[in-house]
Design a protein around this ligand. Sequence first.
Ligand code: HEM
Length: 520
Amino acid sequence: MLDLILSIFEYKLFWIHVIGLAVYYVYLKFVAFTYWQRKNVPHEKPVLIFGNILRSCLGLVSIGEDVKRNYDKFRDHPVHGIYMLSNPVLMVNDPELVRLVLVKEFSKFRDRGLYHNEKVDPLTANLFFLPGEKWKRLRSKLSPTFSSSKLKSIYPLIKEIGDELIKTVEKSIVNGNVVIEVKDLSSRYTTDTIVSMAFGFNCNTLKDPKSDFRKYGDMIVKKRPNIQLTFGMFSPELLTFLRIRLIDKVVYEFFIRVFSEMVNLRKKGNVKRDDVLNLLMQLVEKGYIGVNDEEIRKPISEYDETDRITLLEAYAQAFVFFFAGFETSSGTIAYALYELALHPEIQDRVRDEIRDLMDTSHGCSYENCVNRTKYLEMVINETLRKHPTSPFLNRICTEDCEFPSVNMNVQKGTKIMISASGIMRNSNFYPDPDKFDPERFSQENIDSRNPYTFLPFGQGPRSCIGIRLGMIQTKIALISLLSKFRCSPCLDTPVPLKYSPKSIVQVPDRGIPLRFERAR
Ligand code: HEM
């Protein structure tokens, strides 16, 4: 035995590892984890290797909650430091500094600094992940996809799936009521709507919960360790160096196959549809989305026809619309139903508004849905404030920038984070923040608040491109369900709600079961 131990100690590789680990320890302890101390920026004492996100790395809480916990400690400081693993990240807390980062000095904070690798992981070459000029080019090309006139033309497709949602609940009612897990129901609804818009067909997950889109959708957002995502967000260089994929190969192959099939069908002229796929194909074929759209301010002659996007780029955008659109909207629908079940008086008021709308000549038309559902909109905004599906925003500083109010020079390369969930539950901006109170979003109350305290879609030129689509999807689901059914808590409804520790998008852990019955 002694011989064995001695031979191990003689082994060269062993000593190389010991020395390597010792050097790494010294680097972490005396260099990496003293960054904020050296900068004189307030921060919480980090834990070796994990920094300030030990709990989320261990899978005890979601990463959004861990960041919010850290924000709550320093929320009265305009900025503070956090270590995401060993990466120092500057947390921007003061709403006026949030405005500076997201809007005033946008050109210096345009990028998110996230992992993307066009070669190893082609679907990451999408609007959400890409930096700099590549992002700018795509954003200006894709923006017309979400103009009012384009949304108006795809509205009937979403409405159709709203009708399917009613049928799904109706069919499952036995003896006057049924308990439904609403996060699953809303995910199936948003999967159907996004696939219908982005891929050009109805994948019918409302009818068939085991459809491939539901399976692969789940694989994108769940079943992956937080640490891998954390590396993707805060150490993208490491993933690039190790050539690690962020999007699983099976998911990649599935999306590419479905997309190619749909594009081929369109090319053969067998299917014609006014949807996002059609618009993406215009970008591939002509380089711009065109004709008869009063919202495209630039004359068509100013577009460069040679500046087309490739098919793979188009696939990556359809993928991000799916990924960014289905889990965010489905979470919002589920949280809204949850809060309405717990607050029946608010639910009745929403239903009255919807029924008044249905009695008007145009019923649930696009204009009525978008412009004449004021109280429903207040309810959705309050849901987004209390349960934001994207709990924090990321940016990276690409050019040195002064933060005059704190007398700080933010250096190029500094990673920035804004705890949207922390700010939106800060009692200084939203008194009694755990209370669900849609009145916070009356016009008068909105006007009295700093707009940079409401961040569910981000703010500024890099905010969510799908805001209006997300709102329409959410409204149609709620209009469809609440016009016909009343929902209430059942024995298994979790109070308070717990968020899934596995998902970077803030979704309920183990779902939200609610009781549905026909509304009188
Ligand atoms: C309730 C629904 C939604 C919520 C809460 C939401 C939230 C967000 C947030 C917080 C961001 C980051 C903003 C920032 O960094 O400042 C974002 C970006 C984005 N969202 Fe959404 N989103 C929703 C729906 C959608 C839909 C329906 C789509 C598309 C079909 C979409 C596509 C995107 C894309 C492509 C980006 C990246 C934009 C860019 O970097 O230029 N989102 N979203």
